[in-house]
Design a protein. Sequence first.
Length: 447
Amino acid sequence: MAAGLGTRMKSNRAKVLHELGGSPLIAHVVRAAQALEPQAILVVVGHQAEEVERAAVKEAADLTRFVLQAQQRGTGDAVESARSELENSDSLVLILSGDVPMIKTETLRKLIEQHNNAGAACTILSVRLENPTGYGRIIRDQNDSFQKIVEHRDATEEQRQVREINSGIYCFDAKELYRALRKVEPANDQGEYYLTDVAEIILASGATVSVYLHGDTREVSGINTRAELAEFENLIRRSAIRKLMIEDGVTFIDPSHAYISAEAQIGRDTVIYPNVTVEGKTVIGEGCVIFSGARITNSRLGNNVVVKDHSIVVDSQLESNCAVGPFAHLRMNAFLEEKATVGNFVEVKKSRLKRGTKAMHLTYLGDATIGERTNIGAGTVTCNYDGKNKHETIIEDDVKIGSDTMLVAPVRVGARSMTAAGSVVTEDVPPDSLVAGVPAKVKKNLK
């Protein structure tokens, strides 16, 4: 269920689109459901339906289908929106909320297992809270079997002492669910149809209703405010860092001041300094050093890589023994082969630096392929854009590019050549040549 706006978030964005650990809330729930290998994942959409659909499709494109809840009239109405998809199905229906991102596939499997073992038409996932104020209570009979769900505002003083609450996660026989939904009435001030009424209706019909009591309250908690979102973000971050330290042998100089994605992989003996951000599905090898202020997103780093202070690496790859920064920026599939070095205030965009090549100072390398053991002087720019299209610069092996060289693409600099400082290269440079001037001309054969 992902149709609501989430007014307590105080946002113009639908609640399930707010991000936790770098992914929308809805993506976490879809991911957990997808691991169950279901026939389909039906997402009930409403507010900002197109954006919610995109987020779900990105996570599980082959499984997701969508139904529209045109007016948000409660959880029962949300499930009613999928009647045409499920009413005549013999399927088991698992109902999840799009704002409960911590739910684990293992927990859902146990819920389904209890549902099947009990021969139930409905199984409710419950937890016990120290302070259950505001939550619907699970009321059991003298045999400890399910009797009904009572909302907090409707509960007696005795019922309010019950600590077992409804998590909002259910397992249903599809036909029993939709048969019972026809009998749900909006008997409340909001005129909403509550899914909680369905369990009691099913029980009254003579079918079995089971309750699976789960032990982790955090796992089934929904996110309703930005404060709760921040709490969960902190929880995920601390858990990810603790795992990396204990299980993977990663050193954090100050664990409380590092942000590490739960999806990131970091190798043994890597050292992470304070104020480092590692996002998405980044992979960092063994023996690396990531200094303060660095941000690494969806990138791959080999072994013994050094990322110096305040450098940014996004969607890029660095092979072993490379060094980057400080204040470097690698983006859009930048690729550094082994022992390549990018220094301070160097930007590398959609370019490949081959083994042993260096660009140490104040340089822009865009849409370039640079050969082995080449040295790029300070202030070099690959002028890749002509106002309409991007063009490629190719620099071959063992080239020395002088400071403040402008390489106007498309252009190729041959192996073992040199450009003098301040050159503007507009034509291809033959191998073993020295070029200089504006525009640059061959001044000497270096062979």
